[in-house]
Design a protein around this ligand. Structure first.
Ligand code: CA
Length: 176
C-alpha cells in the first residue's frame, strides 16, 4: 500500500514538473529582445516617465507619431536638474552615442521664441551647445539633444526632416 502511495505521489510530481510548469511558462512567454530592451529604456524622475527609443529612427514628425503610439509625448526639458538626470541615464545605459529628438521647435513661427510642442510653452531653460542655435542653411527648426565632444548633454537646432531617435515623456496632467 505504501509503495502504491509513493508511486502515485511520484507520478503526480512528474506531471506537475513537466506539464503544469511548462504550460505556465509558455503562456507568459515574452520575446527575449523586449525583455532585455524595454525595462532599460524606461525610467522615471520627479513624476515624469521617460522612454528612450534607440531602435527606430525617424524625422521630427514620425518621432511624434512614435511617442503618441506609446501614449506619450516627445521630450521637453525644464531644468538643468532634469537634463542631468536624463544625461546620467543615457550615459549609464550606453545610449550616449546617439542623437534624440526633443519636442522643441520654432517651426510654426521662426520669429517667435522657441517652444516645447509637448506643452505649448516657451523654453523655461536652455541648454544650447556652443555656437547653437545657428539655423544652418536656414532649415533648422527642431531641437535635438545629443552629447558634445566633451560628453556634455546639449541641444542643437536641426533640420526637422533629419532622421534621429527620440525620447518620449509621460506627464500626468501636461501642466508642468
Ligand atoms: Ca544647428
Amino acid at each position: 500500500m505504501a509503495i502504491k502511495t509513493l508511486l502515485v505521489f511520484f507520478i503526480l510530481t512528474l506531471f506537475y514538473s513537466f506539464v503544469i510548469n511548462d504550460t505556465s511558462e509558455t503562456n507568459e512567454f515574452v520575446s527575449p529582445v523586449l525583455k532585455t530592451r524595454r525595462p532599460f529604456n524606461r525610467f522615471s524622475f520627479s513624476g515624469k516617465s521617460y522612454y528612450v527609443n534607440n531602435v527606430v529612427k525617424g524625422n521630427f514628425f514620425l518621432a511624434w507619431q512614435f511617442c503618441r503610439q506609446q501614449d506619450m509625448h516627445v521630450l521637453s526639458i525644464k531644468s538643468q536638474e532634469e537634463s542631468d538626470k536624463i544625461a546620467a541615464f543615457l550615459r549609464n545605459n550606453d545610449l550616449n552615442k546617439d542623437r534624440y529628438w526633443t519636442s522643441g521647435t520654432n517651426l510654426g513661427d521662426e520669429n517667435a521664441p522657441w517652444m516645447w510642442l509637448s506643452t505649448g510653452k516657451k523654453l523655461s531653460y536652455t541648454n544650447w551647445d556652443s555656437r547653437q542655435p545657428n539655423n544652418l542653411n536656414e532649415t533648422e527648426n527642431c531641437i535635438e539633444a545629443r552629447f558634445s565632444e566633451n560628453n556634455d548633454f546639449k541641444w542643437n537646432d536641426e533640420d526637422c526632416w533629419t532622421e534621429l531617435y527620440v525620447i518620449c515623456e509621460s506627464v500626468p496632467d501636461c501642466k508642468t
